[in-house]
Ligand binder design. Structure first.
Ligand code: TXA
Ligand code: MG
Length: 340
């Protein structure tokens, strides 16, 4: 398959974007930027298009997709029984990096919802994404535009690396502003549950609808098969290197000791650290990257590119603001944590 590359700077209504919309309307698939990560889109109401998405990503078909919309009328065609909590969250955070779970209507095919009776929906803020969806007039199913199991793409180059010649088009819209996937919240039962943390934090959500719970799998420090969000059971975000999370009262000291021991075995070492600790690591000896939301996936990909064997990452405090970052980092480390 030949991939058509489209670069958008600020003319969101140019002919190239219309061509991309037409490709989607003919059951083609293509990648586009959002404010969280790049998405791999297709017509979410077309089983043919959705099957192509799963195939291009190599994603298990029981892991449901998020439908992306560009206005609330679209929401009413694909969901039913909108409750008060959902309405309040929509008012407060849409368009933006928040995905809500709803009861689905019959027009949403089982291929999209992974056989569930519910459907995940997001109204992205990114203007290229919004315009593309508007031009198709369809809810666009879009998982992150990476090969399944690899870090989500936050830059055009990441998508190109994973999906060139596997999709009909890739839109280059620059770097994503948040860099971690959207927060997912399920409000279909009485107590809303955060299934995946993101930049809309628990405290931000609670300021709008009161108490919410964190899915049990998010509280554990181990791999869990019984996570509620179906996708949570798959290994995610993993680079080729082994990632080890390090918890210690003096983290730079501990990581430097661990790294030095391995360096003597001729291993290539990567370090992910808080910005305030960068100065504590020798960037001549190690590949040192700053650990923050915006840079995590790029760093993981960079370690792969530079053939790093092992990555030591600082375990940051799991407060409200860091919850999403630490959740993704724990997964990329496969919950391999050293405490000293
Ligand atoms: O920021 C994002 O959400 C990005 C951009 C492209 O919008 N998309 C994204 O999609 O991260 P994906 O497919 O990589 O992750 C979707 C997650 C999966 O973990 C999936 O299991 C969960 O949403 N999900 C989808 N439908 C669900 C449902 N009905 N109930 C519970 N979880 C659901
Ligand atoms: Mg993903």
């Amino acid at each position: 398959m030949k991939t058509h590359i489209v670069k958008i700077e600020n003319d969101y209504y140019n002919d190239d974007l219309k061509k991309c919309a037409n490709i989607l309307l003919k059951d083609g698939i293509g990648a586009f930027p959002t404010e969280t990560v790049y998405g791999l889109g297709g017509n979410g109401l077309s089983p043919t298009a959705v099957k192509k998405i799963y195939e291009a990503k190599g994603r298990p078909s029981d892991n449901p997709l998020i439908l992306h919309i560009s206005d609330l009328n679209m929401l009413n065609t694909i969901t039913t029984n909108l409750n008060e909590n959902s309405k309040k969250l929509i008012d407060a955070f849409w368009p933006g990096p928040l995905t809500l779970i709803f009861e689905k209507t019959d027009i949403v095919p089982n291929e999209t919802s992974g056989g569930l009776k519910t459907i995940a929906v997001r109204f992205p803020k990114n203007e290229i994404a919004q315009t593309l969806i508007k031009l198709t007039g369809k809810p666009i199913a879009a998982p992150s535009a990476n090969i399944s199991g690899k870090p989500s793409p936050t830059r055009f180059s990441h998508v190109e690396y994973d999906l060139f010649n596997k999709v009909d088009f890739i839109i280059d819209g620059g770097n994503c502003s948040f860099g971690l996937e959207s927060t997912i919240i399920d409000c279909t039962s009485n107590t809303p549950i955060i299934l995946r943390p993101g930049s809309i934090t628990k405290e931000m959500i609670e300021s709008v609808i009161g108490n919410v719970m964190l899915d049990k799998s998010l509280l554990k420090s181990e791999y869990s098969e019984k996570a509620i969000a179906p996708g949570m059971k798959y290994k995610h975000y993993a680079p080729n290197a082994d990632v080890v999370l390090v918890k210690s009262l003096d983290v730079p000291k501990t990581i430097n000791e661990l790294a030095l021991a391995l360096k003597n075995e001729n291993k290539k070492i990567g370090i992910l650290c808080d910005i305030s600790n960068v100065k504590n690591y020798d960037n001549q000896k190690y590949v040192v990257q700053v650990l923050d939301d915006n840079n995590l996936y790029h760093s993981l990909r960079k370690f792969d590119f530079l053939n790093v064997d092992i990555v030591y990452a600082e375990f940051l405090q799991e407060n409200d603001a860091n919850l999403a970052l630490m959740n993704r980092l724990k997964k990329s480390a496969n919950y391999n944590i050293i405490e000293q």
